[in-house]
Design a binder for this molecule. Structure first.
Ligand code: ADP
Ligand code: ZN
Length: 623
């Protein structure tokens, strides 16, 4: 940053004057200090943890240009727009710019007129990119989404490996690699490939404001509709589906029920994708129905729910996708419908993939961890954090904590199930699918039973005490634990596995998890910052008195008009949390406005008069 004599000169001053935040969070201060000292660092923070400030503030305080490498070119524009609203001299260079604009940005960089420059990796590594940087004084390199360097990871980008050369060319310039995807092997890979050495700053991965819920999938789409209707009317959310077809059908279904739902997947025309993304970012209350192609690096802070209609293939994926909810720290929900089909489908995808055996084993292990999380009867957050090597205690803000399922010893039932599968195969020399096996267990006569004479089996009718739904639940748990195999290539017939024997011999106990139907998530925790309310904008509203709520609504209307005028997303003007604080505190002077978190000097000067007018109720929000 140019040494204007009134410009803030310590990290705290920058934070307070430019961003308007009262204090640093977690490790932010330590990382900033470290980079200001010219050293390299790896920063691991969950989504919404505040990674950006870790490099933005040192870039402003060190002499020269902060270079930010990010693969998310679609989002650079908004990131840069948000910085400019704060009065920071930022720009980006990527393939979306026309030649003329790109030249202007390059000239600004050369003349030292920029504090931060966002670049796509291939742009930076090109001849012209490198020669541009040779001509600039560089304050630091920030490599965002650093897990893209991991060859095992799901976001692998070959260009990322070449970023190692930054050290050779600019040995004096500190580098910081940042990511929210953080199992231990990935961490090592990032350090090894990008930094060689460098201190690791690992934050807690907990996202306490996110409520985790997994529901038994019956009719997933109907359940989704009910979930959004009953708990998230008018809220912004993301719904993830595995296939493009499902994406389109679900978006249509939700839209047919009057919701502002839009599809997003790689098969849509790029113009339509861009338009849907724009609407999602700019407007309030859009529900984006998408494949996982959508959302990487989306930093929209007020996403109130993330719903999964299909199970992700790893905990990393689940954590990353659900992490897009509630970046603003207000209550948000991660909801997933999960059933046997998810297990079968994901296993089959691994089987059919052309990857080598080592990769398949790794994928299977990752899937099994995800299944264990979905099947868990205890605190989901504890399990999630344990996966990232973090110890914790039951959270009080997940379905299992709020409404603990009843656990029944189902070892005997499991033995009945497995031996029925065994006997049917013995008797008929062929294998059968779940429906038939359950009919035998429950003693339900029918054409197929008669044809195979399975009513003569000793296990016929020994399971009449359990409902069909219970048997399916048990079956799913056995499949998830590899105690039973579903052959998806052959009509979903069931096979015993080597491990089945442990259950049959009584060496392994099985528990059936049962929840009263319809109680999922209905009971609420009492009290607690994130626990007491239903999530959503309604939660924001409930925290306000009716007069405050009316002001909050006026502020939102003003924000929508202002965002449109500035050509930026609504949250770039101010996030909900800031509007909420203004509605409650009702500051009456520009000075008092400065005490509100999220109101920095530039925004106070630009928006202060309008805000004060709205607070006094003299100005209509559309003015
Ligand atoms: P991520 O780690 O996902 O990149 P961001 O850097 O986008 O997170 O930060 C998430 C949100 O938290 C942003 O709206 C940001 O302005 C806000 N934020 C970051 N640090 C602070 C802080 N110290 N005080 C208040 N808000 C903060
Ligand atoms: Zn919990």
């Amino acid at each position: 940053m140019n040494a204007r004599h009134d410009s803030p000169s310590t990290p705290e001053e920058v934070l307070q004057h430019i961003w308007g935040y009262p204090a640093f969070r977690g490790q932010q201060r330590a990382v900033i200090e470290h980079l200001l000292g010219g050293r390299d660092a790896l920063v691991l923070m969950p989504t919404g943890g505040g990674k950006s400030l870790c490099f933005q503030i040192p870039a402003l305080l060190r002499e020269g240009l902060g270079v930010v490498v990010s693969p998310l070119i679609a989002l650079m524009q908004d990131q840069v727009a948000a910085l400019r609203e704060l009065g920071i001299r930022a720009a980006f260079l990527n393939s979306t710019l026309d030649a003329q604009t790109a030249r202007e940005v390059q000239q600004q960089a050369r003349r030292g007129e920029l504090d931060l420059l966002y670049m796509a990796p291939e742009r930076l590594l090109s001849e012209s990119g490198l020669s541009l940087l040779e001509g600039c004084r560089i304050a630091l390199f920030a490599i965002d989404e650093a897990h893209c360097v991991s060859q095992w990871g799901h976001d692998f980008r070959p260009e990322y490996g070449q970023l190692a050369m930054l050290r050779e060319r600019w040995p004096q310039v500190p580098r910081v690699a940042l990511t929210a995807t953080a199992d231990v092997p990935t961490r090592h890979e990032i350090v090894q490939r990008l930094l060689h050495d460098g201190t690791e700053f690992v934050s807690s991965f907990d996202r306490p404001n996110i409520r985790y819920r997994v529901v038994e999938k019956r009719d997933g789409r109907v359940q989704l509709l009910q979930f959004i209707r009953s708990e998230h009317t008018g809220d912004c959310g993301v719904v993830y589906c595995l296939s493009r077809n499902t994406v389109e059908e679900v978006a249509q279904m939700l839209a047919g029920h009057g919701m502002a739902a839009l599809p997003y997947h790689a098969g849509l025309p790029s113009e339509m994708r861009a338009r849907h993304l724009r609407r999602f970012l700019d407007e309030d209350g859009i529900v984006m129905v998408a494949t996982i192609a959508f959302g990487m690096g989306i930093d929209k802070p007020d996403v109130r729910f993330v719903a999964h209609l299909d199970m992700p293939k790893s905990i990393e994926g689940y954590f990353q996708e659900t992490g897009r909810a509630g970046r603003d720290g207000l209550p948000a929900q991660a909801w997933m419908a999960y059933g046997l089909s998810d297990v079968v489908q994901q296993r089959r995808l691994i089987e059919l993939s052309e990857a080598d055996d080592a990769y398949k084993r790794l994928s299977t292990a990752k899937l099994d961890s995800m299944l264990a999380l979905a099947e868990a009867a205890d605190c989901r957050r504890v399990r999630l954090l344990a996966y990232f090597d973090e110890a914790s205690t039951p959270c009080g803000n997940c379905d299992n904590c709020l409404n603990p399922p009843e656990l029944i010893d189902a070892t005997e039932a499991a033995q009945k199930l497995l031996s029925t599968i065994y006997r049917c195969r013995q008797a008929s020399n062929t294998s059968f699918a779940a429906t038939h096996i359950i009919d035998v267990l429950r003693g339900k006569r029918g054409e197929k039973i008669d044809r195979h004479s399975h009513h003569a089996l000793s296990t016929f009718g020994i399971g009449a005490d359990l409902s069909e739904a219970d048997w399916r639940l048990l079956l799913r748990q056995l499949v998830a634990q590899h105690l039973l195999d579903v052959d998806a290539a052959h009509f979903n017939v069931l096979h015993l596995t080597d491990a089945s024997r442990e259950v049959l011999r009584g060496q392994r106990r099985i528990h059936l998890k049962r929840r009263e139907p319809g109680t999922e998530g209905k009971r609420r925790a009492k009290g607690g910052a994130a626990g007491g309310q239903s999530a959503g904008t309604r939660a924001v509203m409930q925290a306000l008195s009716s007069a405050d709520a009316a002001l909050f609504e006026r502020l939102r209307t003003w924000r929508a008009a202002t965002a449109k005028e500035h050509g930026v997303p609504a949250y770039v003007v101010f996030p909900d949390a800031t509007l909420q604080a203004i509605a409650i505190a009702r500051p009456v002077s520009l000075d008092a406005l400065r005490g509100i978190s999220g109101v920095g000097d530039k925004k106070r000067d630009n928006f202060g008069p309008a805000l004060l007018g709205l607070i006094e109720g003299q100005v209509s929000p559309d003015a």
